[in-house]
Design a binder for this molecule. Structure first.
Ligand code: CA
Length: 232
């Protein structure tokens, strides 16, 4: 069975088209025209990616996103008719991993969904967990897990990508452009604020103080760096 995608879109015609595009790629597609039904299907089938229209008739798409995120960290591609930059960025701040503004091409949609599926893929077996700061932070590639002070931390795919990019070069500064590139493969207008908001979320999840961070440090005018050393 191919990867499972849940498409949440209230416009029946568009929903059908998106289903056809994705099925054409060999993916298994579930669809829903409402937020409530999407949450039910989401918890039942545990999709690998969700394509979510923000403008839904019953529950606001943003609330659906928040609710999905509460149960598990499925990658979410947001579809929006609200073209203003603010709304786009707000979608990403809520934890969406990518967005597409309507109208979009079938190719664009397929590429974005496939990129999210790849990003969620597990690293090759046999990679030992990396430990930092004397075991304070542990990143387990194989199990796709982050542990802080021994406790498991739930991170979104984008947060995972940013943390892994920082952890590859502990102590070295990564620019926002490098970070966004490592998780997404390209930059776009306004990406700096998006990186900032994901780092803010990461710090909160890692119980790092925003005022005097001891895990992810802000280097003014340059970017971010992991200030923990890799354990031998
Ligand atoms: Ca809609």
């Amino acid at each position: 069975m191919g990867a499972v995608v849940l498409v949440v879109e209230d416009e029946a015609k568009l929903r059908g088209l998106v289903r056809a595009f994705l099925e054409g790629e060999g993916l298994t597609v579930f669809t829903s025209g409402s937020g409530a039904e999407a949450l039910t299907i989401g918890s039942r089938v545990r999709p690998d990616v969700v394509v979510l229209d923000l403008g839904l008739p019953d529950i606001d798409g943003e609330d659906v996103l928040r609710e999905l995120r509460r149960s598990y960290d499925v990658p979410v591609l947001v579809l929006t008719a609200r073209a203003s930059e603010e709304d786009r960025i707000r979608g990403l701040e809520l934890g969406a991993d990518d967005y597409l503004t309507k109208p979009f091409s079938s190719r664009e949609l397929v590429l974005r969904v496939l990129a999210l599926l790849r990003r969620g893929g597990l690293a090759p077996a046999g990679t030992a967990p990396s430990s930092f700061g004397g075991g304070l932070l542990v990143i387990d590639d194989q199990r796709h897990e982050v542990r802080m002070r021994g406790g498991q931390v739930q991170v979104s795919p984008t947060e995972w990508g940013i943390l892994c990019a920082l952890a590859r070069v502990p102590g070295r500064v990564c620019s926002r452009a490098e970070l966004v590139n490592s998780v997404r493969g390209y930059e776009w207008e306004g990406y700096e604020r998006v990186v900032d908001s994901h780092v803010k979320n990461l710090r909160r999840k890692l119980q790092d103080s925003p005022e005097s961070p001891s895990v992810i440090e802000t280097i003014i005018g340059a970017g971010y760096r992991l200030c923990l050393q890799r354990d031998a």
